[in-house]
Design a protein around this ligand. Structure first.
Ligand code: HEM
Length: 863
């Protein structure tokens, strides 16, 4: 097809207001999906000022931002044959949608609403409809009328935005008009809550199957006559530009193409089995400023011919997918064989199955619910079986377990680890991003990169300073005191063991309460609620959804399924409903003189920094979305790792009574009598930092139980080196997984690595126990992307140890637990002879939540 002779220019009438414009403007069609599964096409209504037009969209060509009535900047009009696309129908996440600036929606409270704009479809009914806004990039390469993906010849300004008159990049130096489509979808007839999905998700679906809204996109084919567009752009005007010929609305409406494929497109459509509306519905809008070209709807309910074509297409796609699958497998397996040929130590590798048999060995050796994280310690134990010449795994262990998971390079040496997590600090792996995506849509600091990450991390950092945490101490003491009284309630009387409790349940409630204090400045009171709070309920269910994509430990690893999206949306809605009132009340508060700075306080200081039009009264919608994502990330990251660490600290102290005795002695010596400890700490918070042995217990627990580890993505051609700089470990095609348990047990850096020895943390330099490499202790990761919450976690662990150790004896109670489980008990399920092991999918949890019983210490001593 010769673009210069394309259809738009050949039409003999136009639906546009101006006779000179025969361009073609396209966006997809929106459908409403009712609760009973049926669909209805959402009608379009004319925009304000275009009354009388039959549907259509409003198209702008702007020399400057929409709010500028002068429109004086110089721009070069598009040329005959020019075409472009913006947006991507395959985009389903906010992070991905951010590739395209200003492709948004406005939830119309009335026809004139223009703020705020969101990247996702509105989540609540909009009283006057939904406006879809599509703005195209404004810098052209000056050469190509089109490119293969219809986008590469266009770019966004190199800095700033089109509205702020940012300069074009060198690669795309020519400023062109900003083309913008506004389409008003009349959703009013669909606003009955009874018809909306029960799970709280929103019901509108684009014709290409997108229910998030992130896939919105628009196409443009230039079709102006002669130099009419350039003349208009050279003549500053806002509406009714004098250089153009305006035709009556009635003439615009007359310009019609009849439907070329007979099909009812405006009735209710039946529910489709499986995928709702998957074929892109090629219905060009009825634009009120544009050439009208109606192409019949090619819906999945088409004729037999359509079905036959569809089946053939499905067959071809299946063959293609199988071929691609086999090819990808071949590439991955060959990579490992090539590494072996270079003399790099490799786990026994099958040409067909890669390292899946090794994964099978791990699976067979461990209880069914063992966390995949136990692979690291299992491999250390079984090293000789797989690397007969080595006592400890090599610095980099390649793991080719595709298609169960993408190939991983597991790093057991701290020098090699600092080569990718410290300098340089490589970006997070898509595995991490995919894991968190249901919760935060890629808008949080755990997964952000570059400037975005730097900006937000530096905003939050002050919240975790020692000064701020000490200011927060009364609140933290209050929450841990509730934890203590909960343990007291379960403790046995007269020095006897009390009833069974799952310690992790209690520690999780505690860490929820603490993170809500630190992040939001509010009391959640999870520890004393009769029922879990909506925040906890929704977040734990969201973690279940997230884990669906992180389940290597399962025999049949299935990823996240489409129905998980609905669960994720429902959970996110519940979480935002919980968090938003807190955000709003902070926004309304006149000032915040409090000494304690919560994560929310710190973020709100910047509410008007990213967008000059924003203020506390009218924050930018995208800013609020990011803030919510970050708060969710903090609540997520801040609760279960700390909760599980408390459990493993108590386990280690139970197994090492001499350490427990030393810990108690330190508390007695530094803090005085147990009954006054809360008062003492409130008055002298610095005493918490004068407990070196306690810190040793905590660090040693985290050394042996580092419950999270970073995974990074290497650029092409990247290699690692370990302690021997002459050996290169090529990493291309592998995710880099820092083995926090591996570096912490590496005998090259630790003496008696498998023993619990808190004294090593107070051993002077030169003592054989003294730690020799900082990167060999990586429970909070290493480098600039280490855990921002480390100090908060450490202070929580200190307070718990102080308030709990002298007051209680705590002991694992597996017999009681097995009695309760009856026939479901698994007394033989052990790792290294221990009932308490790392279990669960994704996040590590102590097995069965660590069943324990508790007794009060003074009473036990008396007994
Ligand atoms: C014992 C408790 C904790 C452990 C073992 C732990 C561990 C980690 C690890 C290993 C990372 C790096 C993750 C990666 O690279 O993918 C990380 C990052 C992070 N953690 Fe923690 N964490 C703990 C407590 C907390 C707490 C209490 C908070 C919140 C207040 C928190 C918030 C975060 C955040 C926001 C990040 C991302 C930091 C960034 O990328 O800039 N963590 N944590």
């Amino acid at each position: 097809m010769d673009p210069a002779k394309d259809m738009p220019a050949e039409s003999d009438c136009t639906t546009c207001q101006f006779l000179e414009d025969s361009s073609n403007y396209w966006t997809a069609v929106l459908f409403f999906r009712a609760r009973n599964g049926t669909f209805k096409r959402v009608p379009i209504v004319p925009n304000v000022g275009f009354e009388g037009a039959e549907g259509g969209m409003t198209v702008y060509y702007m020399q400057n931002g929409l709010a500028d009535y002068q429109q004086t900047s110089k721009v070069t009009a598009f040329k005959p044959g020019f075409r472009m696309i913006i947006g991507d129908p395959l985009t389903h996440t906010a992070a991905d949608a951010n590739r395209f600036r200003q492709v948004t929606y406005t939830c119309l409270q009335d026809p004139g609403t223009r703020f705020p704009e969101t990247k996702n479809l509105p989540t609540k009914p909009c009283p006057a409809g939904i406006m879809a806004n599509v703005r195209f990039p404004t810098c052209w390469d000056g050469k190509n009328l089109d490119t293969a993906n219809h986008m590469d010849h266009m770019a966004y300004p190199a800095s700033g935005t089109f509205d702020s008159r940012g300069p074009c990049p060198e690669s795309h130096p020519v400023p062109v008009p900003q083309l913008m489509y506004e389409t008003v979808w009349d959703t009013r007839q669909f606003n009955n809550p009874e018809d909306w999905p029960e799970d709280g998700s929103q019901p509108f679906v684009w014709s290409f199957g997108d229910q998030t809204g992130y896939g919105s996109h628009g196409d443009y084919l230039f079709g102006w006559k002669g130099d009419a567009l350039q003349r208009t752009m050279d003549t500053p005007c806002y509406v009714n530009c004098p250089t153009l010929t305006t035709q009556p609305v009635a003439d615009q409406n007359k310009c019609k193409l009849s439907q070329s494929f007979k099909e009812d497109i405006d009735s209710w459509l039946p529910e489709l089995p499986g995928n709702p509306v998957t074929l892109e519905n090629l219905v060009t809008q009825h634009p009120n400023q544009v050439h009208r070209l109606q192409i019949a709807a090619d819906s999945p309910m088409g004729s037999n011919g359509t079905i036959a074509i569809a089946l053939r297409a499905v067959g071809a796609v299946a063959v293609f997918l199988v071929a691609r699958f086999l090819y990808e497998g071949y590439v991955r397996r060959s990579r490992v064989r090539a590494l072996k040929a270079q003399g790099i130590p490799i786990l026994p590798h099958s040409a067909l199955f890669g390292h899946l048999p090794v994964l099978g060995d791990w699976r067979a050796d461990n209880p069914a619910d063992a966390n995949f994280y136990t692979f690291h310690t299992w491999l250390i134990k079984n090293c000789r079986k797989y690397f007969p010449d080595l006592d400890f795994p090599p610095p980099v262990v390649y793991l080719d377990i595709w298609p169960v998971e993408n190939p991983l390079a597991v790093v057991f040496d701290p020098i090699a680890a600092s080569n990718f997590a410290q300098t340089p600090s490589l970006p997070k792996s898509p595995l991490t991003k995919g894991f968190l995506d249901p919760l935060t849509s890629g808008l949080d600091i755990v997964t952000n990169e570059g400037q975005e990450w730097k900006t937000w991390r530096s905003r939050f950092n002050p919240g975790f300073s020692q000064r701020n945490l000490i200011a927060m101490l009364p609140e933290l003491l209050e929450e841990v005191s509730i934890f203590v009284s909960e343990l007291e309630n379960s403790a046995g009387s007269r020095g006897e063991w009390g009833s069974l409790l799952r310690l992790e349940e209690k520690t999780t409630n505690l860490t929820f309460d603490i993170i809500c204090r630190a992040a939001l400045g509010m009391r959640l009171d999870e520890q004393r609620r009769p029922e879990p709070s909506p925040l906890k309920t929704a977040l734990l269910d969201q973690i279940r959804v997230m884990n669906e994509g992180a389940n290597v430990a399962r025999a049949i690893p299935l990823g996240r399924m489409p129905w998980h999206n609905a669960d994720a949306r429902r959970n996110n809605r519940m979480i935002s409903d919980f968090l938003m009132p807190q955000i709003q009340s902070k926004l309304k508060a006149d000032s915040n003189d409090s000494q304690v700075k919560t994560i929310l306080d710190l973020a709100l200081k910047y509410v008007d920094k990213d967008d000059p039009n924003a203020s506390k009264g009218q924050p930018n919608a995208e800013y609020i979305e990011r803030l919510l994502a970050n708060l969710k990330a903090f609540v997520f990251a801040g609760h279960d790792t700390t909760a599980a660490t408390i459990c493993f600290m108590i386990k280690r102290l139970q197994d090492n009574p001499e350490c427990l005795a030393k810990l108690r002695a330190e508390h007695d010596a530094v803090l005085g009598p147990d009954s006054k400890v809360v008062e003492t700490l409130s008055q002298s918070p610095h005493l918490l930092y004068s407990l070196p042995y306690t810190l040793g217990v905590i660090k040693e627990t985290l050394r042996l139980h580092p419950l999270a580890a970073t995974i990074r993505q290497a650029p092409p051609g990247f290699s690692l080196t370990g302690p021997d700089p002459s050996v290169q470990y090529p990493i291309e095609g592998f995710g880099l997984w820092l083995s926090a348990p591996g570096v912490a047990r590496n005998p090259n850096y630790w003496k008696r690595p498998n023993e619990f020895i808190p004294e090593r943390w107070t051993a002077p330099e030169g003592d054989e126990l003294h730690p020799v490499n900082n990167s060999a202790w990586a429970p909070f990761s290493i480098g600039p992307r280490n855990c921002i919450g480390m100090e908060l976690a450490l202070i929580e662990l200190r307070i718990v140890s102080v308030l709990v150790a002298r007051r209680f004896d705590i002991e694992e109670a597996w017999d009681k637990w097995d009695d309760l489980q009856d026939s479901k008990a698994t007394p033989k399920g052990k790792i290294d002879g221990e009932r308490l092991y790392w279990s669960g999918n994704g996040i590590v949890h102590p097995k069965d939540g660590m069943p324990v019983h508790v007794r009060l210490r003074e009473q036990s001593a008396a007994a």
